[in-house]
Design a protein around this ligand. Structure first.
Ligand SMILES: Nc1ncnc2c1ncn2[C@@H]1O[C@H](COP(=O)(O)OP(=O)(O)OP(=O)(O)O)[C@@H](O)[C@H]1O
Ligand SMILES: [Mg+2]
Length: 588
């Protein structure tokens, strides 16, 4: 959705920038070009040997003269085969190396870009850059670029030889190359368009299948099976039609591809025979001429493809550099310092925030203080900005007004790596990855010791993991074991407390829990909270009791701060928010 908004540079420029990835493989690229060049050269010599065979041993009936020429032709054939092997081998090595380096950098860049970037870009857009676009670039670098040079060189050399053999016929061949090239160019363009359409439709269909698998419960319970089935059939039909279009296109052009060389060949044979009978050329010349001429068909035909591929690679390079050129706004400020440990004194000072996608501020003039060791709960109606507020502390987004301080220091003056070690978060949805329990736990602290892991599990009441089939090495997530909502929450809590963060930010860690599990997790939370400064978003009155003080967030600003009982007594709006949530819970 956002690609249109991005600035467009010249495509050639983006492709040129890829050279830094090509440079480490410069030797291989040269070797590839040399191998391809020599192989083509060897194959060009063979018709000339044939000419000598026809005009020498054959026309003079001299059998002994055949042997050396025959052996030479054989040797050239073997040489060519060997060189083709070398080229392909080097090509795969170099091309895959370049693609991997590019993809690694792209992935690292994506990981470094702020959350706001991912809000703006669709996952599919990023995925296609990391896969299809990079493959297109690889194809061009490994194949297109080399053969662009080789094919043009072949064309020039062969035409020169043809002129040498018999100039009038050479002109005919050169003229026939023009329509052949144009056909190839048009076909490539049309083919690429259709291919892209087929690819898009395949993607759409895959999305449909994925969504209906993920949403199978919703689809069943709302009785939408027929509707989804219909959607799938119509998507599959469109895909089928496009694939047939593609096949028809290829069939139509392929016959033209055969027609032009065949007609030219007919003309050359006819005029060539006349020339031979009139002694304008020898029989050997004619044989060599025809063989050489047939060697031109593939380079000319493929030139159209290569140019189309080059164009595609330019667009792909543009799309990839769109991502590389996105500046990360959330970076270390000049002079930012490493902070080893913090007391945990968190202050919001006149904080304002609006998302880039809308000018309407979500937070306005938020002043808030969480003293070391204290737990402050944030309460507010849905959409009041609670999640937004909490995401400012680990700098998932930066404040657009005011500042947030930790122990009196603006968090933007603390290096990001430090800040994210000091501040630990758990969000509403308790995201776990398809990996082992241990990997999920030590996500932010890969160096955590066994004791630290056990302690974190203990505190978060997540010791159930020891009873899993393979303990901490059990895989969870899509291809592994499913955990219940409560188990996921407790695991996410354990992850958050691992490494003893100075500040804990918990966004509604008890959402999606039934009452029984809730009490388990609440107990876990109580222990977690007793150890650190905490900012805790809560919905339920029972969880509010865990906090020392509560702040009421209304329309993006803090309207009251006090203990739970104070606010209950004095503020009807506070009572309203909590009872609304209580009703929501009962309704569930
Ligand atoms: N990534 C985003 N981009 C643009 N606007 C957003 C984004 N996330 C949230 N908003 C908007 O900001 C406002 C506050 O959202 P936020 O998620 O902070 O509310 P919340 O208090 O956490 O709500 P809930 O109780 O439902 O979790 C909403 O109006 C929402 O539409
Ligand atoms: Mg929220």
């Amino acid at each position: 959705m956002s690609t249109g908004r991005l600035r467009r540079r010249s495509s050639l420029h983006s492709l040129w920038r890829i050279r830094s990835y090509v440079r480490p493989y410069a030797h291989q690229m040269l070797l590839m070009t040399a191998a391809a060049g020599i192989a083509v050269g060897a194959s060009i010599v063979v018709p000339l040997i044939t000419r000598s065979v026809v005009d020498g041993p054959i026309s003079h009936g001299d059998r002994s003269g055949l042997v050396p020429l025959g052996l030479l032709a054989l040797a050239l054939g073997v040489l060519e085969a060997g060189l083709v092997f070398v080229r392909r081998w080097v090509q795969s090595y170099a091309a895959l190396g370049m693609e991997t380096a590019l993809r690694d950098d792209l992935y690292a860049k994506l990981q470094g870009l702020p959350v706001a970037f991912h809000d703006k870009w669709q996952t599919g857009q990023l995925l296609s850059r990391a896969t299809t676009d990079l493959s297109t670039i690889r194809r061009f670098l490994s194949f297109g670029l080399v053969f662009l040079i080789i094919n043009i060189a072949t064309f020039v050399t062969v035409i020169a030889l043809l002129v040498h053999l018999y100039a009038p016929l050479a002109v005919l061949v050169a003229a026939a190359a023009v329509p052949l090239f144009l056909i190839s160019r048009n076909l490539s363009k049309a083919y690429l368009d259709t291919s892209r359409r087929v690819q898009d439709q395949q993607g759409d269909l895959a999305t449909l299948v994925e969504e209906s698998a993920v949403g199978v419960r919703v689809i069943r319970s709302f009785g939408r099976r027929d509707h989804v089935g219909h959607q799938f059939r119509s998507g599959a039909r469109t895909l089928h039609d496009s694939a047939v279009d593609k096949a028809t296109l290829v069939a139509r052009f392929w016959s033209l591809f055969d027609l032009v060389p065949s007609v030219t060949l007919g003309g050359v044979l006819l005029l060539g025979s006349l020339a031979v009978t009139e002694d304008a050329m020898s029989l050997g010349d004619l044989v060599a001429f025809v063989s050489l001429m047939l060697m031109l068909v593939w380079p000319i035909e493929s030139l159209g493809w290569i140019l189309a591929n080059a164009q595609e690679a330019m667009t792909a390079a543009d799309r990839v550099y769109d991502v590389f050129d996105t500046e990360s706004e959330i970076v270390d400020r000049p002079g930012a310092v490493d902070v080893g440990a913090a007391e945990g004194h968190l202050r919001f000072e006149g904080v304002g925030f609006s998302y880039a996608s809308s000018s309407h501020p979500v937070l306005r003039r938020v002043d808030l203080e969480v003293r070391p060791g204290e737990t402050l709960a944030i309460v507010g109606v849905t959409g009041s900005g609670k999640t937004t507020l909490t995401s400012l502390v680990p700098r998932l987004y930066d404040v657009t007004a005011g500042r947030i301080t930790l122990d009196g220091r603006d968090i933007r003056d603390i290096r990001l790596t430090s800040l994210r070690r000091l501040v630990s978060s758990a969000f509403e949805d308790a995201t776990l990855f398809s990996s082992s329990v241990r990997d999920n736990l030590t996500l932010g602290h890969s160096d955590a010791s066994e004791d630290e892991v056990s302690e974190a599990l203990e505190i978060a009441q997540a010791t159930f993991v020891h009873d899993l089939p393979w303990g901490l090495d059990t895989r969870i997530g899509e291809q592994g074991l499913s955990l219940s909502g409560g188990q996921r929450q407790r695991l996410a809590l354990a992850r958050a407390v691992l490494g003893r963060p100075s500040v804990l930010v918990l966004d509604d860690p008890l959402s999606a829990l039934d009452v029984h599990t809730e009490s388990l997790v609440e107990e876990a939370l109580r222990r977690v909270l007793s150890r650190t400064t905490a900012l805790l978003v809560v919905h339920r009155p029972s969880t509010v009791a865990l906090a020392d003080r509560v702040a009421l967030l209304e329309h993006g600003t803090i309207t009251a701060v006090g203990t739970h009982s104070e606010l209950m007594e004095t503020l009807p709006s506070y009572r309203a928010v909590l009872s609304q949530h209580a009703e929501e819970v009962t309704a569930r």
